[in-house]
Write a protein that binds this ligand. Structure first.
Ligand SMILES: O=C(O)CCC(=O)C(=O)O
Ligand SMILES: [Fe+2]
Length: 880
C-alpha cells in the first residue's frame, strides 16, 4: 500500500468484516474494508492524480483532446483529481479566503442576519447549531452558500422570466463579502463551462454536446469553516457523502488545516490535502455519473479536520439547468453493471429534494413534505365549462339524479384530494372536486327555479346565493386554519361529512323533477351531447391553463402559452359549430342568445365576474402589501363584505317577492357597484381600517343586489326548457370573466410596480426584484423609513392600476343592464289567494256557482307563449 493510505475510521461492522457507511445519491450505502490479498480486494486508486489545465482553452482541438483523455482516466478510475494551472490567480485565492475569514469571524448575529432559513432554496448562512441539528451533534462546521440567481444583475442581464425569485441573501454588515464571492463566482463559471467541454470530449462526443443542458446551469459556492476537532465514530466536519452536482471544484488554502478524504473501492480513506501550487481538488458528482451512464464515478468523500488548525474551503458546484431531465448521453461501458435510477423529475426538483433531505425544519422542507407543491400552485383553480355540462345533464337525467351524482363526485374528489401523494394526483382530484362544486352550485339554483313560483324566486335564490358567498368567504379561512393546525388534508376532508348529511335530507325533501320522464336509461345516455361536452371541456382547459399559469409556470410570450390559447380558441369554434349544427340537446343552444335581455345580462355577468373575483383577490393583497397587515387579518377583514353581500342578496330578493319587480334592484346594484369601484380606487397607504371596512360593506351589498336578481331575471325571461342551461351559463360566464380578469391584472400590476420602483433611487436592483417577487415584506426591515413609504406607494400604484380598470368595466355592466326591459315577476301567493276568494264570492253571488264546482288554474307564460292576433308573438317582436 502506498504511503498515502489514510487512517481508517470504522463506522460499523458486519459478519464479513468492518465497513464504512456513507450517503451517496442521498441514499445510505456501505463499503467493506478489505486489506490487500483479502477476498474481494479490487484494484482501486490509492492516490489522486494531478492534471495540468494550462491547455484547457488551447486553439488546437487535439491538444484539448489530450487533456480530455487525462481527465477521462481520472474521472473513470478515481472520480477525483487535482487541477493545476487554472484561471484562478494566487491574488484571487488570497482575496477570496480573506473575505471568508472575515465573514466567519463577524459576530454571530451579523452572520445570522443572512440566515439560510430565510431563503426558499436554503442559500445563506448555516450555523454550527443548524448543521448539528440536521446532521448530528458531532458534525462540526458552518457555511455560507450563494449561487445562480437570475435576479442578480451581477450574474445576468437579460429579461427575467416572470415569477423568478431572488435566491441569495447577504449580510448587510459586510457588503464586500458579496463583492468577493461574486468576483470569484464570475471566474469559476466560465472555467466550469470549459471543463464541461472537456467532459464532452472525454465521453467521445462533440465538444459542445452537453452545452444545451447548461443554458442557465445550477451553480453554487459553499464557503466552509471547519474548526479543528477530534475524530470519533460520528464526529466529522462533513460526514461521508457523494455530491449532487455534475462536478465540484474545491478551493483549499495553504495555511489551513486539511482533512478532505476520498473513499476507494476497498473502503480505505485516501487523503486529499492541499498541495502547493495546485488550485483545486475536484470531483465528479452524481449528475455526471448518471449522464455518463456510470463511466465517470461520483466518489464518496468526507472531511475530518484533525489538523489542529482552522480550516476554510470553498467548493464550487456545477450542475445542469434545473429543467433538465437526466438521461444518459452515452451507453454504459460493455461489461459494466452500472444501473442508474433515472426518473422523469427535472433535476431542479431532485436537487431541492436532496438539499432538503437532511434539513427537515427548513420552511421549504416543510412545504416539500406537503407534496412538493410550491405555494402559488395551490391557487390553481379549475373553472371550466363543466357547470354548463352538468346543468344540461340534469335536463337529460332528471334533476335529483344529477344532483346526487354531482354530490358524489364532489365528495369523492375531495376525499381523494386529501389522500394525494403527488402533484398530479392532487390536481386531477382537485379538478374532479371543482367540477362537483360548480355542479352543486348550479344545480341547486336550477332546483330552486324548478320548485318555486316566479314571484318567490328572488327571495329563495337570494338564500342560495348567500350560502355560496358565505362558503367562499369562510372556506379559505377554515381551510388555512385546518392546514396550519392539523394538516392541509383536512381542508379537503372537512366538507364530505357535511355533504353526506345533506344527501338523505335531499332524498326525503327534494321531489324528483324529471324534465324528460319515461325515457330508458339507455335513451337518456344517448341524448347527452358528448362531442359538445368534450370540445367545451377541452377548450376551456386549454385556454385556462395558460391564463392561470402564464407568467408563473411559464412565461406569457412562450410558445407553450400561445399554442394552448390558439388551440383553445379553435376548439371553442368547433364547439359552437357542434352546438349549432350537430347536437340533439346542445349544452349551449344557440337560441339562448335570441333574447336581448339574456345577452345583456350575460355580458354584465362576465364583466362583473372580472371585477368581483378581482376584488376578492386584490383586496387581501392590498391589505397585506400596502397596509402590511397579516394574511390572516386580511382574510378576516374580507368577512364584512361577505355578510353585506348576503344582506344585499336577501333584501333584493325580498323586495322582488313583495313588489313583483326585480330588474330595478339589479340596476341599482350595478350603479352602486360603480360608485364603490370609484371609492376603492381611493384606497391609500394610510387608509383607516374603518373606511376600508365601510367600502367593503358597500361593495358586498352592491354585489348582493346584482347576483341573484340577474339570475332570476334570466330564468324568468328565457324559455322554461332552458332554465338549467341559463343557470349553468350564468355561472360559467361569471367564472370565466373572473379568470380572464385575474390573468390580465397580474402582469399589469407588476409592470406598474416595477416602473414605480425604478424611481426609488435608494433601492438596489436586487431589492426591486425581491419586492416584485416576494412583496415588500421581503426587504422592509432593511430600508429606511423614507424608502419604506415610497415602496408602499409603489405597491399602492400597482393595485390602483387594477381598480382603475374596474371602473369602465363596471360602467359596461351598468349600461348593459339599463337596457334590460322590465319583466313582470308574477303575483305573490297572497295576491293569488285573495284573487281566488274574490272571484269565488262574485261567481257565487252573481250566478250561484257552488265553490266545490270551480277550479281556477293560473298558468305562468313567458313572452313567446303569447300571440295577440295575426299569429305573431308581438311581445317578442317588440310590437306591443
Ligand atoms: O470542504 C471540503 O473540502 C469539501 C466539502 C464537500 O465535500 C462539500 O461541500 O460537498
Ligand atoms: Fe462534497
Amino acid at each position: 500500500m502506498s504511503a498515502l493510505t489514510a487512517q481508517e475510521t470504522v463506522y460499523g461492522s458486519s459478519d464479513d468484516g468492518k465497513y464504512v457507511t456513507y450517503r451517496a445519491g442521498g441514499k445510505p450505502g456501505k463499503r467493506l474494508i478489505r486489506q490487500p490479498g483479502e477476498p474481494g480486494w479490487v484494484e482501486s486508486f490509492d492516490r489522486i492524480p494531478v492534471i495540468d489545465f494550462t491547455n484547457i482553452d488551447h486553439p488546437d482541438v487535439d491538444v484539448r483532446r489530450k487533456l480530455a483523455a487525462e481527465l477521462a482516466e481520472a474521472a473513470e478510475n478515481v472520480g477525483f483529481w487535482y487541477a493545476a494551472n487554472t484561471p484562478v490567480t494566487d491574488e484571487l485565492v488570497s482575496a477570496t479566503f480573506a473575505a471568508l475569514e472575515k465573514f466567519f469571524s463577524m459576530p454571530v448575529e451579523q452572520r445570522a442576519e443572512a440566515s439560510w432559513m430565510k431563503t426558499p432554496g436554503a442559500r445563506g448562512y448555516e450555523s454550527f447549531a443548524d448543521v448539528a441539528a440536521n446532521e448530528g451533534s458531532g458534525t462540526l462546521r458552518e457555511s455560507f452558500i450563494m449561487g445562480d440567481d437570475m435576479t442578480d444583475p451581477k450574474q445576468y442581464s437579460g429579461p427575467i422570466p416572470e415569477g423568478t425569485k431572488p435566491q441569495n441573501i447577504w449580510p448587510s454588515a459586510m457588503p464586500e463579502f458579496k463583492d468577493a464571492l461574486d468576483t470569484y463566482y464570475s471566474v469559476l463559471l466560465p472555467f466550469a463551462r470549459s471543463i464541461l467541454h472537456l467532459f464532452a470530449l472525454a465521453l467521445g462526443l462533440e465538444e459542445n454536446a452537453l452545452d444545451h443542458l447548461h443554458n442557465f446551469p445550477m451553480a453554487a459556492l459553499r464557503a466552509l469553516h471547519y474548526p479543528p476537532q477530534v475524530a470519533t465514530e460520528s464526529a466529522a466536519g462533513f460526514l461521508a457523502h457523494a455530491d449532487f452536482s455534475s462536478f465540484t471544484l474545491v478551493l483549499q488554502g495553504a495555511k489551513y488545516g486539511s482533512g478532505l478524504e476520498v473513499l476507494n473501492m476497498n473502503g480505505h480513506w485516501i487523503p486529499a490535502p492541499y498541495i502547493p501550487g495546485v488550485t483545486f481538488t475536484c470531483n465528479v458528482g452524481d449528475y455526471l455519473q448518471s449522464l455518463s451512464s456510470g463511466r465517470f464515478v461520483s466518489t464518496v468523500h468526507r472531511v475530518v479536520n484533525t489538523s489542529g488548525n482552522e480550516r476554510y474551503s470553498l467548493p464550487f458546484f456545477f450542475s445542469p439547468d434545473p429543467s433538465v431531465t437526466l438521461t444518459p448521453v452515452v451507453n454504459p461501458k460493455t461489461g459494466s453493471d452500472y444501473e442508474a435510477e433515472y426518473t422523469d423529475d427535472p433535476i431542479g426538483k431532485q436537487y431541492v429534494r436532496r438539499l432538503m433531505y437532511a434539513r427537515r425544519f427548513h420552511p421549504t422542507a416543510k412545504r416539500l413534505a406537503e407534496l412538493e407543491i410550491p405555494e402559488k400552485d395551490w391557487k390553481y383553480e379549475y373553472i371550466t365549462g363543466s357547470q354548463m355540462i352538468v346543468a344540461r345533464c340534469s335536463d337529460v337525467f332528471g334533476r335529483r339524479t344529477a344532483l346526487f351524482k354531482i354530490l358524489l363526485i364532489f365528495i369523492l374528489g375531495n376525499i381523494m384530494c386529501g389522500f394525494a401523494q403527488n402533484a398530479i394526483w392532487l390536481f386531477t382530484c382537485r379538478g374532479l372536486s371543482g367540477i362537483g362544486a360548480g355542479g352543486i352550485i348550479s344545480l341547486s339554483m336550477v332546483c330552486v327555479a324548478d320548485l318555486v313560483p316566479v314571484r318567490e324566486r328572488g327571495k329563495l335564490q337570494g338564500y342560495t346565493g348567500f350560502t355560496v358567498a358565505l362558503g367562499s368567504g369562510m372556506g379559505p379561512l377554515i381551510g388555512a386554519a385546518m392546514a396550519s393546525k392539523i394538516s392541509w388534508r383536512w381542508a379537503f376532508w372537512i366538507t364530505p361529512p357535511m355533504l353526506a348529511l345533506a344527501i338523505p335530507i335531499l332524498y326525503l325533501a327534494l321531489p324528483d323533477i324529471n324534465t324528460a320522464p319515461g325515457k330508458s336509461a339507455w335513451n337518456q345516455m344517448r341524448q347527452v351531447d358528448y362531442l359538445g361536452s368534450i370540445l367545451l371541456f377541452a377548450s376551456s382547459i386549454l385556454m385556462l391553463v395558460p391564463i392561470s399559469g402564464g407568467g408563473s409556470i411559464f412565461p406569457w410570450r412562450s410558445a407553450v402559452c400561445m399554442i394552448l390559447i390558439v388551440l383553445g380558441v379553435l376548439l371553442l369554434v368547433a364547439f359552437l359549430a357542434v352546438e349549432r349544427f350537430h347536437a340533439a340537446i346542445p349544452i349551449l343552444p344557440p337560441r339562448l342568445f335570441h333574447h336581448k335581455d339574456v345577452n345583456l345580462i350575460l355580458l354584465a355577468t362576465a364583466t362583473h365576474g372580472w371585477i368581483y373575483y378581482g376584488t376578492m383577490f386584490f383586496i387581501p393583497l392590498y391589505l397585506q402589501e400596502v397596509l402590511t397587515v397579516s394574511a390572516l387579518r386580511a382574510g378576516v377583514l374580507l368577512l364584512p363584505m361577505v355578510f353585506s353581500q348576503g344582506l344585499g342578496l336577501g333584501l333584493a330578493g325580498k323586495v322582488s317577492t313583495a313588489t313583483g319587480f326585480i330588474v330595478p334592484q339589479m340596476q341599482f346594484g350595478y350603479a352602486l357597484g360603480l360608485v364603490s369601484c370609484g371609492l376603492l380606487y381611493r384606497f391609500d397607504v394610510d387608509t383607516s381600517t374603518g373606511y376600508i371596512v365601510g367600502i367593503l360593506l358597500l361593495i358586498g351589498f352592491a354585489a348582493g343586489c346584482t347576483l341573484q336578481t340577474s339570475l332570476v331575471t334570466m330564468q324568468n325571461t328565457a324559455p322554461e326548457d332552458l332554465r338549467a342551461v341559463i343557470t349553468g351559463a350564468r355561472n360559467t360566464f361569471r367564472s370565466f370573466g373572473g379568470s380572464i380578469g385575474l390573468a390580465a391584472a397580474g402582469p399589469i400590476r407588476s409592470s406598474v410596480i416595477r416602473t414605480a420602483l425604478m424611481q426609488i433611487s435608494s433601492l438596489t436592483e436586487q431589492q426591486r426584484s425581491a419586492i416584485i417577487a416576494l412583496g415588500p415584506s421581503a426587504i422592509i426591515g432593511d430600508v429606511d423609513s423614507n424608502t419604506r413609504s415610497l415602496m408602499l406607494q409603489a405597491m399602492k400604484k400597482g393595485i390602483q392600476a387594477i381598480y382603475l380598470g374596474f371602473m369602465p368595466l363596471m360602467a359596461v355592466s351598468l349600461i348593459a343592464v339599463l337596457f334590460v326591459n322590465v319583466v313582470q315577476q308574477g303575483r305573490s301567493a297572497e295576491v293569488k289567494q285573495t284573487y281566488y276568494g274574490v272571484l269565488m264570492a262574485a261567481l257565487k253571488e252573481q250566478i250561484g256557482l257552488d265553490e266545490a264546482d270551480l277550479i281556477v288554474s293560473v298558468t305562468a307564460n313567458t313572452r313567446e307563449d303569447w300571440s295577440f292576433g295575426g299569429g305573431k308573438a308581438q311581445f317578442l317582436n317588440g310590437d306591443l
